[in-house]
Structure formats: C-alpha cells, structure tokens
Design a protein around this ligand. Sequence first.
Ligand code: PGA
Length: 267
Amino acid sequence: MIRPMRDVIVAANWKMHTTPADAGELARSIAARTRVAGVTRVICPPFVSLAAVGAALSELDSDVGIGAQNVHHELQGAYTGEVSAAMLAGLASWVILGHSERRRDAGETDELVGRKLGRAVDAGLRPILCVGEQLHEREAGQERVVVRRQLRGALGECDPDRLVVAGLVIAYEPVWAIGTGRTASGADAATMATAIRETLAELGFPDRGESIPVLYGGSVTSAAIDEFMAEPAIDGALVGGASLKPDEMAGIVARAGVTAAARGSTG
Ligand code: PGA
C-alpha cells in the first residue's frame, strides 16, 4: 500500500494572548518570516482578534490559515458569551477543539467535543482535535487507553469519510508537556501517533487513518521541533507559548520545511 501524502502543518495557538490592537502586527510578522514551501501554517488568535489577523494577512496576500480556539456545540440560542460555528464564517477556516485547557477549565467532555466537531464540519471549518493524557495517567501506563477513549468519545458519532473530506487533524498533546518546558520524547510521541491511527482504523477511517495528519503539541520550540519532525508518524506541531515569538515561529516552520521537502509535501 502506498502511504497517502499528508500535509505538514504548524499551527499557532495564541490562547488568551493579544488584543485586536496588537494581533495584526504579530500575525504580519509571523507570516512574513515563515514563508516556507510545503508547510501549511495556521494562526489561532482569540475570537476578538480574528478579524484583525484576517485583515493583516490579506494585506500581505498570505496563505496562512486562520483558526478559532473553540466553537459552541449548538447552532444558536441562549448561550451567553458563546460563539457558534456560523458566526466564524469569513473569520476562520480552522478550529481547535477539545484543548486540554478547555477540558480542564470549561469541563468539556469527549461527547461535547464530538458535538462541537459536528458543528465545525457542517460549517466547513477544518478541525484540529486535541487529545492527550495527564501525568498520573502516563505514570500508570494508561496513556493509550486515555487517548483511545478521547478519540472514540469525540469521533464515534461522526462519519469517518466525512471527517477525512473535512481535513480532520489530530493533535497529540500530553497535558504534562503543555506550558511546562518539558516535552515528550520524539519516540513516545510517535508511539502515540501510531496508537491514534490504530483507533482511527477501529473507527472505520479509510486507509486505516493513514491520511489523517497527527501533530505533536507541548512545549514545542525551534530547538525541540526536530525531534518530532524526525518521526514519520508526526506531521507537524501545535505550538502555544513559542507561537507568540516570531523568531521562534520562523525557526519552527523552517525546520518543518526541511522535513516537508524530504517527504515531498506540497503543503
Ligand atoms: P505550549 O502549548 O506550546 O505552550 O506548551 C501548546 C498547546 O497548548 O497547544
């Protein structure tokens, strides 16, 4: 079987950083410094900065994608402070779902993340679904069980063929590596990427999930990225803290570009 070509992707998760006043400048700087063939770049600013990032990138005529960091699981209604998938039309073409900080702070369950996924796909947003175990789960040797449960809970109700067409991306983000300066090893991340595709295969994904990009996330920096890109099972990174620094993003995307060229990715 010929392995399907997967995109090499570097996605920036700005979390609760930047105001509309400074997001455009940061996006411009990152976009200008990360023009590398074969790498799909995505910036995910806070909701209120989506329009400013969009305006800045269109001035540059940039092909950097724009993503939201969350979306509500209902179409509309009495949900004070929430944002629906339809509201993102024209502002974002990607969306991060099930980030561990939302699971922790907003109590998002796998089932809820699955409903968000359905809304995102219906609205034409490309989903980046985050999964990953906590430290005590890894120490108990439960990391594969946890990630399998997260994937089955979130993806179980969706049609796999539809998710492939929607461009589903999975981000493996061990919770203990997020914002801690401590990364997983490349080998461990690759083992988890393989476990993720095994679950996708169980769920009936075409090509046993081989067409789905799997990113690593958790304290990725320009110095750490090579270890992950050296693993054929890993297709890029979801970057938090380092994504606010243009120098770091330039280094990360440049390194990812070397891998993309070696793999023949067209981005
Ligand atoms: P970090 O965050 O790179 O700051 O560890 C990654 C993420 O939460 O997506």
